[in-house]
Design a protein around this ligand. Sequence first.
Ligand SMILES: Nc1ncnc2c1ncn2[C@@H]1O[C@H](COP(=O)(O)OP(=O)(O)OP(=O)(O)O)[C@@H](O)[C@H]1O
Length: 359
Amino acid sequence: MVEFGYEQLVKATQSFCPSRLIGKGSHGAVYQGVLQDNRVVAVKRSSINGVEAQRDNLKKLENEISILSSLRQSCNVISILGASHDSVQNDKLLVMELMPNGSLHDLLHVAATPPSWPQRVEIALQIARAVQFLHESKPSVIHRDIKSANILFDSNWTAKLCDFGLAISPADSLSQATQPAGTIGYLDPSYTAPNKLSTKNDVFSFGVVLLEIISCRKVIDVTKAPASIVEWAIPLVKKQRVVEICDSRIPFPMYMESRIRRILSVASRCLSDKEERRPSIGEIIVAMETCSIEPVRSITTWNSVIQYLVQLKRRRKLSGEYCIRSAVYSTRQGEDVNSHVSTGKVVLLKEMLADVRLK
Ligand SMILES: Nc1ncnc2c1ncn2[C@@H]1O[C@H](COP(=O)(O)OP(=O)(O)OP(=O)(O)O)[C@@H](O)[C@H]1O
């Protein structure tokens, strides 16, 4: 991990200029920065608006830096580029890759166009891989704050798990005394004391995110009864009323019905009251990978085939008109109608072949 000079990051963010502010969280603010080598990065600062960081915020950011720098690289976990510390201002900075496409929370609840079903399945799988990476790291890491707002998209729309402020390694002796923490709506109800810390706490939160991805319902929605997404969706999953759970803004995809059923069944197991009944992230990946989708390329191919068939039908209709026009012209000129009909067919065939070659 690179130790950046504090002044270098002050310059990169134009002195933490408000126009560079991406957003504020409970333990800091994130700015867009441009490094000397022109790399565009995200810089998380423990103090907000220059007010000296509260001890708690500072500790969370230090924890985030320590956990992220102990992990290997993973395609579905945010990459840390470095950190910086200013002892005069008692400020800590975390430099990480910039995620320019916002959060899963915004994609589901704010964006005008809802994500497609294949996109949702792919995102769910990417998050599962991030959790698997953490739980199977040596020593393992428990994130403790898995939620749609902490899943951000990079420039290729790959989902990455971020915000490691609450993350903890159960191997760390400090974890024995760490009080339960997380976000209401995603927090495992059985995580009530430090000794209840387990990877299954993350599995529960992951189950909530799965329900959110499929339904696009807020995890706590006080305008609805029941307000909790878990209390609302799980009885419906048990009664096999899957269509009622699915986001109604886009048509229910019959061709993906079994995949969606499987994801909801995984979610229901993750949300089991009894921790021991919840699957491990390894089991979740196995269940989800069998329901993963064909690569987008194949969908494009199918679209091309459908488009081609539509064009073919249109051309056939046109060819009929062309033959009739030729025939009318020929009869006027006293020529053999059949010769023109076959010429029309040859022209059409040539065009179709050119079309296929282009594709
Ligand atoms: N690497 C990044 N690239 C782009 N935006 C980021 C990055 N990291 C965080 N953000 C955005 O910056 C804002 C603050 O993030 P931060 O992780 O501090 O808090 P949070 O997740 O919003 O809240 P909390 O800490 O309360 O859970 C959020 O809007 C988040 O989406």
